[in-house]
Design a protein around this ligand. Structure first.
Ligand SMILES: [Zn+2]
Length: 307
């Protein structure tokens, strides 16, 4: 009898312990927990998942994904996720090992995984690498929406209709956005369609919408820029009579300011045309805190500075 009581007490404590454990490490919500890296992917999941998901984006406004290292808190968010989405193509270069590890226990998807190789751009400075900044070709980024939609259906087939319907509505908005960008670009004289920024984030943008793009740093902010790069770009600004260059929100403006100063010394006036969202979106709750808002902000800023 005594032994039975002890056993019961033991099981009671055990179950209490498990419940308490769940409460501290997992979310109480019955929504599907999705953890993502860059804001643009979090935005897709919010649009496709709607009320069915709770999204934890690891990289907020102003965060540079190339240099980003996961904190202990991030690891917990990844471990507690039901589904994980990241960009891939080495964008989150310091987290590659983590995704390999997470994929063993949690459904983990790179949103760029289904894109036909023929649409991917090479890194001109590093033939082994592919340019990961796909989101600035809105049409290509639509395939990331399809990856998220298909993954959500795979993991939660019961709500297939909702994911399908939500994705369809979002894809329609993105198709309109693609047309908007094209129409805006058409207002800039062809010879002025040159985009100079801090790093090479706009290759897909240039490719899709007919802009020549140049960055002071390469595809990853991992590399340093030098005086030689500045001199070369100042030459280009002068020869091509380029009026404006652009700052990026997730990168120090030091390099772009050095460029403007370099041009000034040669009596070529270049202004800072504004701030572009390259690898991170704006503050949550603002228009630029969404993918559509950020793309619109960028193209409106570029067009008003260059036309
Ligand atoms: Zn980048």
């Amino acid at each position: 009898m005594e032994m039975k009581k002890i056993k019961m007490l033991f099981f009671l404590l055990l179950s209490l312990g498990i419940i308490a454990g769940c409460n501290t490490t997992e979310n109480n919500s019955d929504k599907i927990q999705v953890t993502t890296t860059i804001g643009m992917i979090a935005d897709i999941v919010k649009n496709v998942g709607g009320d069915l998901v709770e999204v934890n984006g690891l990289m907020g406004p102003g965060v540079d994904p190339h240099l980003y290292k996961a904190s202990q808190g991030d690891i917990a968010k990844l471990e507690n996720a039901d589904i994980i989405f990241y960009n891939g193509l080495n964008l989150e270069g310091k987290m590659n090992d983590i995704f390999v590890k997470m994929a063993r226990t949690t459904p983990t998807y790179a949103v760029t995984e289904k894109i036909d190789k023929k649409y991917l751009l090479d890194d001109p400075e590093n033939p082994d690498h592919i340019d990961p900044h796909l989101w600035f070709n809105v049409e290509l980024w639509m395939s990331a929406v399809e990856v998220v939609r298909d993954a959500m259906i795979e993991q939660d087939p019961e709500n297939k209709d909702d994911y399908t319907k939500n994705a369809e509505a979002y894809l329609k908005e993105l198709a309109d956005l693609h047309e908007y960008v094209k129409a805006q670009v058409a207002t800039v004289p062809e010879e002025s369609r040159v985009l100079v920024t801090a790093h090479d984030a706009f290759g897909y943008f240039g490719n899709a919408y007919g802009f020549e793009v140049m960055g002071l740093q390469g595809l990853s902010t991992d590399s340093e820029f030098g005086l030689k790069d500045i001199k070369h770009l100042v030459d280009v600004l002068e020869n091509r009579n380029i009026k404006a260059v652009f700052i990026e929100t997730s990168i120090s403006d030091e390099s772009i300011k050095a460029l403007v100063e370099g041009a000034k010394k040669r009596d070529h006036q270049v202004s800072i045309g504004g701030e572009l969202f390259s690898d991170a979106m704006g503050e949550p709750g603002t228009e630029e805190g969404t993918y559509i808002g950020m793309v619109k902000h960028n193209i409106d800023t570029i067009v008003s500075a260059l036309k």
